[in-house]
Design a protein around this ligand. Structure first.
Ligand code: ZN
Length: 263
């Protein structure tokens, strides 16, 4: 099982080495901005590093919204990130499920997701697996609770689409972690990546506040159980840099019996 961390994008391979990580996730541009990603000069080195690479799309992306001034640039930015992720040999591009505004019809939001995949197909394809991630908050989210996730998958499931399960988001979003993997897989048929995070916020608080695995409001053994059941690669998006994330990775490796990475 490959275990890694969300790291700074300057030198992801060095960050992986510092944490004993076999995988890294990073941004290709400012996560709060609308700038298209620039080609990375270290693309060859990243591809050859033997570290699994995941790219997280900017937070501003919301392809579900009925606001076309957000939706149209969002799907364009998503496609740009997918193509840039493909250029470095990334295993996947993670993007949040998004939401519609209060009073808007969530059904249109799901259809906007379908249109996003159709748009990408018409534009030459994403070129990398797109993994939709569950989110923690909001009353009009496409992937906070499983009833919405089922409707989302009805809309996009015919396309090549993957799922990223975030344990903090699930707990804070109001989904019990016990048995969650089976309930998700009954909908999506797959979990491609686990974001293993504890949650500063309480169950169903709607708060997206990550904590280290031994902190927060989730029993860390439940996070371990989710990972075991999912059988998917793991990324910790926890605080504390090399020390904090390194400790989280070491904890997971110990509990999962994954041994140390090859030197
Ligand atoms: Zn996450």
């Amino acid at each position: 099982m490959r275990i890694g961390a969300h790291v700074d994008s300057t030198d992801p391979v060095a960050e992986a080495t510092a944490r004993g990580a076999e995988a890294v996730q990073f941004f290709l541009s400012d996560p709060q901005g609308w700038k298209a990603p620039q080609p990375r000069e270290d693309a060859d080195r990243l591809r050859a590093a033997g570290v699994d690479l995941y790219v997280h799309a900017p937070y501003v992306i919301n392809v579900a919204t009925l606001n076309n001034r957000i939706r149209i640039p969002s799907r364009k930015l998503l496609l740009g990130h997918a193509q840039a992720a493909a250029a470095i040999g990334a295993k996947g591009l993670i993007v949040h499920g998004g939401h519609v505004n209060a009073g808007d019809d969530l059904a249109v939001g799901f259809d906007n997701w379908r249109k996003t995949f159709a748009y990408a197909a018409d534009s030459g394809g994403f070129g990398v697996p797109v993994l939709i991630e569950n989110t923690a908050g909001g009353d009009n989210a496409c992937a906070r609770r499983l009833d919405a996730l089922a409707r989302l998958w009805d809309a996009v499931g015919d396309h090549e689409v993957g799922f990223c399960l975030d344990t903090c988001h699930a707990h804070a979003g109001g989904e019990e972690l016990l048995g969650l993997v089976d309930r998700v897989k009954a909908i999506t048929g797959r979990i491609d990546l686990v974001h293993a995070n504890n949650s500063k916020g309480a169950f169903n608080s709607g708060q997206d506040r990550h904590d280290n695995l031994d902190g927060g409001t989730i029993d860390p053994e439940l996070v371990v159980a989710v990972i075991r059941a999912a059988g998917a690669p793991v990324i910790v998006e926890t605080p504390g840099g090399v020390d904090g994330q390194g400790a989280d990775i070491a904890f997971l490796r110990d509990r999962l019996g994954a041994g140390s990475p090859a030197a």
